[in-house]
Each structure stands twice: as structure tokens, then as C-alpha cells.
Design a protein around this ligand. Structure first.
Ligand SMILES: Nc1ncnc2c1ncn2[C@@H]1O[C@H](COP(=O)(O)OP(=O)(O)O)[C@@H](O)[C@H]1O
Ligand SMILES: [Mg+2]
Length: 274
């Protein structure tokens, strides 16, 4: 694999196990919560019930859905302000992205600049990309949360879980070998479907799989890349499969060969001559 990619840990590594310092301020929490006010004004949610998980990149809240949404609960993923993040390591994921989305010349110019506006554009493009990817993949029947709306730095989506508890990450589930095998096959079918619809997740691991109603649901897509435009997509696909295998093989599953499998599905969906 490309050395550069090996040097970049999967994104999840950046904040796995990170516990927000208690004093990592009420003010930060309040600022994030303030981003949910417009959703109340727009009749998308009626109340913020509780945070589900606090991460370095985003905080996900469980909210009461407005009756018009015809569901009880929704998940609101609120991205932390762009000032606090570095886009340096994101370059791999962003490369080629503008070609996939075709923004206008003004936006392209701003994206290229290291100004505040340029970074702000990148930040909103990153979030919009998650919502768009969820939309594309949900529409073709992939096991991803249904996106509902994006409002500023918030992606509102289907909530996985019940009134008491959110769905656990797969890493926190006790799995029998049989079930692990079924879930692995299910996730592989999703990886195939993603590729067919021009996406490589690029941060796939058991930390980004929720376990709900006996099935795996794939979450967390802002870094997803388009194999038609991103030169690293093939290596990222191999890395995704390696990460998946790492978890599932510990549960007795006989994993596919990441390179062979990547080649096979790449030839089918992206480039028969690879
Ligand atoms: N739709 C959802 N329903 C329930 N819980 C969710 C949902 N989306 C995310 N979560 C919870 O929030 C955590 C963080 O979400 P994720 O999209 O992985 O963001 P990040 O890892 O960038 O902080 C997940 O591990 C999961 O526990
Ligand atoms: Mg995640």
C-alpha cells in the first residue's frame, strides 16, 4: 500500500477513546447545542433529549422528532467548528472531490485558498458530502441511516436505537461466530453496493458499524471518496477491508483477501482493466 496512506491512521484513531475533558467547556457544548436551534425553528425537531456520543469531530444528539417527520426520534450529528480542525490530513479524502460535485468557479477558487473563507467552504463541503453520500446510498438500499436534512453544521438522520439506548457500536457487542459471519457478509455486500454507486467509505471499521435489530448499519461518511476521481480510492478500499477483517477475524470469521477482493469488485464496478 501507498506509504502515505499507511502514515495516515484511519480517521477514527484521532479520537478513539477520547473523553472530552470535563472543562472542555460548557461553552463548547452550548455552542454546539445552539446549532440545533434552527432545527427547532424549522420544525424538524421539538427537543434535544441527550447527547449520544461526544467525539473529536462531532457530537451526536438524540432528539425528539417534529410530528411532521412521522417518527419519534432522530439523530443530529453536530460537527465541531472548523476553526478547531486541521484539514491537513483530510487532503487524501478531499482530492478529486470537487470534480465529483462540480461547484462553481467561485467555490473552486475559495477551496484552493488557505483563507478563513476557503476553510469554511471546505468545512461545509465536508458536511454536505456526508449528507449527500447517505442520500445516495440509502436510496439504493444500503444499510445506512436515512438522512433527513442538513442544516448548517448539522446532519439530521434516522436514529438507530430505542428510547432508552442508542444502538451500540459493533465493537461493544458480544457476537457468536455464526452471527459474526452473517454480519461480515452483510457489510461486504454493502461495500460492494457503495462501490457500485461510486463510494469507498474510507474509514470503515467496527467503530463505524452500529448493531441494530440483528443487523449492521454503516455510519460516518464525511471522508468517503469517489473511485472515479480519487487516486487513492483503491488503496483506501483495501484498507477498509483490512480493518473489517481485523475485527471479524477475531470473531472467528474467515475474511476475504483484501487485495483480491478489492480487485474483483473494482473490475466489476470501476475499471475492468485494472
Ligand atoms: N444515526 C445514529 N443513530 C444512533 N447513534 C448514532 C447515529 N449516528 C451516530 N451515532 C453515534 O454517534 C457516534 C459518532 O458518530 P459518527 O458518525 O461515527 O461520528 P464521529 O465518529 O465522526 O464522531 C457513533 O459511534 C454512534 O455511537
Ligand atoms: Mg465514527
Amino acid at each position: 500500500m501507498d506509504r502515505r496512506l499507511e502514515e495516515i491512521d484511519p480517521l477514527e484513531e484521532r479520537y478513539r477513546g477520547a473523553t472530552p475533558k470535563e472543562d472542555e467547556d460548557r461553552t463548547v457544548e452550548e455552542a454546539l447545542l445552539a446549532h440545533l436551534d434552527p432545527l427547532i425553528e424549522q420544525h424538524l425537531i421539538t427537543e434535544v433529549l441527550r447527547p449520544i456520543k461526544t467525539g473529536k469531530e462531532a457530537v451526536v444528539y438524540c432528539c425528539a422528532a417534529h410530528p411532521t417527520l412521522e417518527r419519534e426520534l432522530v439523530a443530529a450529528k453536530v460537527y465541531r467548528p472548523f476553526e478547531t480542525r486541521s484539514f491537513k490530513r483530510d487532503a487524501v479524502y478531499q482530492q478529486g472531490r470537487e470534480r465529483g460535485s462540480r461547484p462553481d468557479a467561485r467555490v473552486l477558487k475559495a477551496l484552493g485558498k488557505k483563507t478563513r473563507r476557503g476553510r469554511l467552504h471546505k468545512f461545509s463541503a465536508w458536511i454536505a458530502h456526508e449528507e449527500r453520500t447517505l442520500r445516495i446510498l440509502h436510496d439504493v438500499g444500503a444499510d445506512v441511516p436515512e438522512p433527513i436534512e442538513r442544516v448548517g453544521p448539522v446532519v439530521l438522520m434516522e436514529y438507530l436505537g430505542d428510547a432508552e439506548d442508542p444502538a451500540p457500536m459493533l465493537t461493544n457487542v458480544v457476537l457468536e461466530e455464526d452471527e459474526a459471519g452473517q454480519l461480515y457478509d452483510q457489510v461486504l455486500r454493502n461495500v460492494d453496493l457503495f462501490l457500485k454507486h461510486h463510494r469507498v467509505h474510507a474509514d470503515l471499521s467496527a467503530f463505524n458499524l452500529l448493531y441494530w435489530n440483528g443487523r449492521a448499519v454503516v455510519i460516518d461518511f464525511p471522508q468517503a471518496v469517489d473511485p472515479r476521481y480519487n487516486d487513492d480510492a483503491f488503496d483506501l478500499l483495501i484498507r477498509d477491508l483490512r480493518n473489517l477483517n481485523g475485527f471479524f477475524e477475531e470473531h472467528g470469521v474467515d475474511g476475504v483477501d483484501p487485495i483480491e477482493h478489492s480487485l474483483a469488485i473494482w473490475r466489476e464496478h470501476v475499471d475492468p482493466l485494472r
